[in-house]
Unconditional design. Sequence first.
Length: 228
Amino acid sequence: MAGSIRVCLIAEGFTEDLIKCVTSIEANSQIPISIYANGKSNWLSAELFNLNQVTLTQEKNPLGWGNIINFFINNCTEDFLLILDPSTIFLKDPIPKTLEALNSGFQGAGWKGGLINLEDDWRSTEDKGAGEVDVLFSYFFAFDRTFVQKAGGANPSAKYYRNADLELSLAIRAAGGKLIQIDLPLEQGRHHGYYDTNSDYREKNSKKNYQRILERFRGKNEILSPRR
């Protein structure tokens, strides 16, 4: 199966769950793993990981989600990158099916996603299950690294992940890319990035991200996947 691929994880506390995620990957796949420890308060001991499979980057000053995704895009060399939330657990190896999708005419493949709700004037998304989609979520979001780099990457204005993954998805589609949602052997634990983030910060930055989506893309229905 053509194409090299790497898992990209952002470490922002909750180390026990991060280790559980990494252990589940190691138990099911030989895929290389990059961990970006976002800020000195989130630094990790290298002894926690199998450094034959894991690369650990520790940065003193924390960055926003968009800038970290662009760090991965610009510093990794694999054909494909898999943005993974530490709450996502491998039950079996999802990589062969993911690579199959990425080698079949899609520039992005993921576990959860959906279609923009046109009846709601682009203000929400609908999960239609497996198939071609408008957006993918960063629980498990694999993409063609070079294609996304040429499309401009993630928006540096995105400090917080929520809705920023939708914006990245629509940027891929606006550049002529296609996205597919596939069923994969995964499960999700507690999503700390949502449930354990200050609610005012979460809502403020989620709203900012979605407002950019509306300003950039609303009404450009031609970039969307076929309705189903």
